[in-house]
Design a protein around this ligand. Sequence first.
Ligand SMILES: [Fe+2]
Length: 419
Amino acid sequence: MTASLAHQFSATVGTSLRERFVEIRQTTMRITAALSPEDQMLQSMPDASPSKWHLAHTTWFFETFVLLPHVPGYQAFDPHFQYLFNSYYKQLGSHPDRGSRGLMSRPSLERVHAYRSHVDAAILSLLDNAGDEARTLIELGLNHEQQHQELILTDIKHALWSSPLRPEPVPSEPSHVSALPLTFTEVEGGIHLIGHEGTGFAFDNESPRHEVLLRAFRIASRPITNGEYLEFMQDGGYRRPDLWLSDGWDKVCAEAWSAPLYWEREEDDPAAWSQFTLAGLQAVDSADPVCHLSYYEADAYARWRGCRLPTEEEWEVAAVRVPARGAFLEDTAVHPRPAGETPQMLGDVWEWTSSPYVAYPGFQPAEGLIGEYNGKFMVNQLVLRGGSCATPASHIRATYRNFFPPHARWQFSGLRLAK
Ligand SMILES: [Fe+2]
């Protein structure tokens, strides 16, 4: 497993791993600090997990994959947690149903915090003498935790939106920044290289790096804004079946979609829209990138504009030429904002691509348990690129492949046009 693991999950092996471990584990605690124990138990739908579960599960990952196999004599903090906080690793045996995570009134939040402290101390002790495989797994655990930091925010946003009181855990101010004009950049056709290379961390699904043949294409300089999306809505976009994929139109009808998730008409002005944010209900700012769209909505909008969504290959070829400009988790607003300059590819909103989430040519999952991390999800999902305002800046790169089913709307998901 050792050689295969190091090959599959490129590690950043260096003196900074300890500092990164402390910083990332503290960040998780920081983003949950404003939430009450009751908030942290909420599960508003099966796709979204309670914050307390995320705190425990990310800790379980370090205990299961690092401490138990690599620290002789390590005693699990609580043997029940091996079952309770396993997400989907079938080779470890059974685990609770995903939709029942909100029923875990026990262990208490206090005990989950104690679990985190126990595992943190053991990992820091191990780091004094950790071998390459353990360090690779700790790096993977940190990237896993950063993925869950974003999920903590998107999941609690859905939970608080579902609450009658509409709490506001993260204060923020409107940006008052205008969106820059939408332009298109031409990218030449031919053979291009995509996929991860180099020594920095990457998930296994970003490899192997390989050649792709692309026709010349044009790609937009920034994501679509709320104002541009409102034009689609005002033109009857949600009432025209000719604009929609069949599955998408069925969703529009079955769930009565008429706007992005979290949008609602203002009571005193039916022509105006508000949207629920982590800072509470706010007026929709026409300059902000539109978000909380399903793939179906992104696709219908592109069709309405006479354009299309980029493939993930096109997106990556364009993105490697552009520096990161957008807002990330560290920018505190946890809300997408207009780019101060364009082109803008990374940050603010994940961007739906038209590419199915499948293996790159030559992809082989790692052997053993850890091979369940990514590969087994390569069906019935679409790739999103670019990271969002809830993604840690150090977690994103041009080769990063996120994936969700086409109906998913609770992530910070928007779109970019291509031609
Ligand atoms: Fe996980």
